[in-house]
Ligand binder design. Structure first.
Ligand code: LMR
Length: 331
């Protein structure tokens, strides 16, 4: 009897598809924002689709809120293979390439449609490869939205920013944008912003409505200005050698999942930010100031010198392509 059982078990193992016995490849996706944000939702959609298209072959583990790696560590972790996917704000690549600083130029993009046109342009697609010489390969752009300023007083004219201390991302262009107004800046990791605003280390910031709401910045700032002064978008990055070394079927399935998750993200990002703004306003805890055309022009004119200072290191052709993405001048 025993011989029959052993023979049956052996036959079952041989007959079972190999994939059923090869453990799935575990891939980690680390990011720094909350789940209920454009990036948080896109990472979960990518996980759902990757595991759908590659059943039993891959397992995507998503780690939001800087749980696994925060701002300071995620690029190094990707280089070392401690994580397989990150989706970093393009304001944080200054030490790897200057080309992506085009996204930080103040008031460069009039709306997210312009951002999307630029990202999908020949120049935008080439920028996905701008760090490949450092073994970082961009797979996609994911939208968040345009940044909104805040402080504990109304920011209506550029002079209102003088003397304030803005938390900013790791960006020399964002620093120059505020320093040109006589403000001070402090580069802080995203995970440190709430506490820094709470204790007064900084007293002003800029971010998208979804980040402001999900991290409750509206609890520690009294006045928000709908400035739309800069885009905060992401580049989904992989370790280039790791990506190119994947089996063809795995890479193809992941690419299909990434393409579809990207398309969905770029449709829902605007909606998530609009919902976040509405929830902030409904909280009754803050004032949201809309700028008049004159006030908006004053902010644009005051920060425009930053373009002249940085367009050389970014590449004038890249800056021109970004400007063109806004469409013909309206004035
Ligand atoms: C920030 O640091 O403010 C943002 O880049 C966070 C994010 O990834 O949206």
């Amino acid at each position: 009897m025993r011989h029959w059982l052993i023979a049956a078990a052996a036959a079952a193992v041989i007959a079972a598809p190999l994939s059923a016995h090869a453990d799935p490849i575990v891939m980690k996706f680390s990011h720094v924002v909350a789940e209920k944000t454009p990036k948080g939702q896109a990472a979960l959609k990518f996980k759902e689709l990757a595991e759908k298209y590659l059943p039993g072959k891959v397992k995507i583990e998503v780690y939001p809120n800087s749980q696994l790696f925060g701002d300071a560590k995620e690029m190094e972790a990707l280089a070392l293979g401690d994580v397989q996917f990150i989706a970093t704000s393009m304001s944080k690549f200054g030490k790897y390439t200057k080309k992506l600083e085009v996204f930080d130029l103040p008031f460069m993009f009039k709306d997210m449609d312009a951002v999307e046109r630029f990202e999908n342009s020949k120049t935008g697609q080439e920028l996905l490869h701008s760090m490949e010489n450092r073994n970082y390969l961009g797979l996609a752009y994911w939208h968040n939205g345009l940044a909104q300023m805040s402080a504990n007083k109304p920011l209506l004219m550029p002079s209102d920013a003088k003397g304030l201390k803005f938390r900013i991302q790791q960006s020399d262009i964002i620093a120059a944008s505020y320093e040109t107004l006589g403000a001070n800046v402090q580069k802080l990791a995203f995970s440190e912003v709430y506490q820094a605003l709470q204790v007064g280390t900084v007293n002003a910031q800029e971010n998208t409505w979804s980040n402001i709401f999900s991290k409750k910045f509206y609890e520690v700032q009294s006045d928000f200005t709908e400035s739309n002064d800069r885009v905060i978008d992401y580049m989904v990055l992989v370790n280039a050698k790791w990506w190119k070394g994947l089996p063809d079927d795995i890479r193809a399935g992941l690419s299909k999942a990434m393409k579809e998750a990207t398309a969905e993200n770029n449709v829902i990002a605007g909606k998530l930010n609009d919902e976040a703004r509405a929830k902030i306003e409904a909280s009754g805890k803050v004032k949201i100031h809309k700028l008049t055309a004159e006030q908006h022009k004053a902010w644009v004119d005051s920060m425009r010198p930053v373009w002249e200072k940085f367009k050389g290191q970014i590449g004038e052709d890249i800056v021109k392509a970004a400007v063109a993405s806004n469409g013909p001048p309206t004035n």
